[in-house]
Design a protein around this ligand. Structure first.
Ligand code: SAH
Ligand code: MG
Length: 213
C-alpha cells in the first residue's frame, strides 16, 4: 500500500520545504515573465539541497536553469566559496534567473552560463571534478548528460535528474513520444548503472538521485 498523494505532498511542502518570501517572489517572477511552470516543487528543491549538503558539495553543475528556482535551493546548500554553474540556452531565461539569484543574495556563488549544454559541457569538464550534477533540461539529451556527469562528478558525489515520471507518462503504454521513450531508457540506465547507487525520490515529477560509487 502507498499512502502518498497530493494532500501529503502539500503537507511535506508546508512542514519541510515551506517557500520563503524570496522563493515566492521567484515563483511569481517566473510566471510574470511568461516562463513555463515547470520548476521543481519545493520539496524536490529541499531534497536537492539535502543531497548537496550530505556530500558537502562545493562545486555543483546544473543543466537547465529556467528561472533559477532549483538553483537557489542548490546555492543555499553551498558553503562559503562554493560555486554553482548553471547552464541555460534561452537568453531570456538566463536573464530572469540572474535577477532571481541576485534577489536571493546568492549571485556571488552562482554563474549562469548561456548556451546549449551539449556545447558547453565539454569545456566545463576542464573545471571539474564536480561534487554534484543536476540534470533538468531536454529529455533526449539526458543520456549524453549522464555520460558527462559520470565522467566529471567525483566518487562519493551525486548525480540527480528531474522528471523521472513525465507526469505519469512513464508507465503509460500508449505514450510512445520521443521524450517519454528517452526518459524510460534513461530511468532504466540510471537504475542499472553499476557506478550509481540510485533511486527515485517520488515527489513532484520524480527526482532521480544517484550516489557515484
Ligand atoms: N531546473 C529548473 C527548471 C529547468 S526547465 C528548476 O527546477 O527551477 C528546463 C530548462 O532547460 C529550460 O529553461 C530550457 O530552456 C533549458 N534547456 C533545454 N534544453 C537545453 C539545452 N540543450 N541546453 C541548455 N539549456 C536547455
Ligand atoms: Mg524538470
Amino acid at each position: 500500500m502507498t499512502v502518498y498523494n497530493d494532500a501529503l505532498a502539500d503537507y511535506i511542502t508546508q512542514t519541510f520545504a515551506r517557500p520563503d518570501k524570496v522563493l515566492e517572489k521567484v515563483t511569481k517572477g517566473i510566471a510574470d515573465n511568461g516562463m513555463p511552470a515547470i520548476t521543481v516543487r519545493p520539496e524536490e528543491g529541499r531534497f536537492l539541497q539535502l543531497l548537496a549538503r550530505a556530500v558537502r558539495a562545493r562545486r555543483v553543475v546544473e543543466i537547465g536553469t529556467l528561472g533559477g528556482y532549483s538553483g537557489i535551493w542548490l546555492a543555499r546548500a553551498l558553503p562559503d566559496g562554493g560555486r554553482l554553474i548553471t547552464l541555460e540556452m534561452e537568453p531570456r531565461h538566463a536573464e530572469v534567473a540572474r535577477s532571481h539569484f541576485a534577489l536571493a543574495g546568492v549571485e556571488g556563488r552562482v554563474e549562469v552560463r548561456l548556451g546549449n549544454a551539449h556545447q558547453l559541457l565539454p569545456a566545463l569538464a576542464a573545471e571539474g571534478p564536480f561534487d554534484m550534477c543536476f540534470i533538468d533540461a531536454d529529455k533526449e539529451g539526458y543520456g549524453a548528460y549522464l555520460d558527462w556527469a559520470l565522467a566529471n562528478v567525483r566518487r562519493g558525489g551525486i548525480i540527480a535528474a528531474h522528471n523521472a515520471f513525465r507526469r505519469g507518462a512513464i508507465i503509460d503504454p500508449q505514450d510512445t513520444t520521443d521524450d517519454t521513450q528517452a526518459m524510460r531508457a534513461f530511468n532504466r540506465r540510471f537504475a542499472e548503472e553499476p557506478r550509481l547507487l540510485s533511486t527515485v525520490f517520488p515527489a513532484g515529477d520524480g527526482m532521480l538521485a544517484g550516489l557515484v560509487a
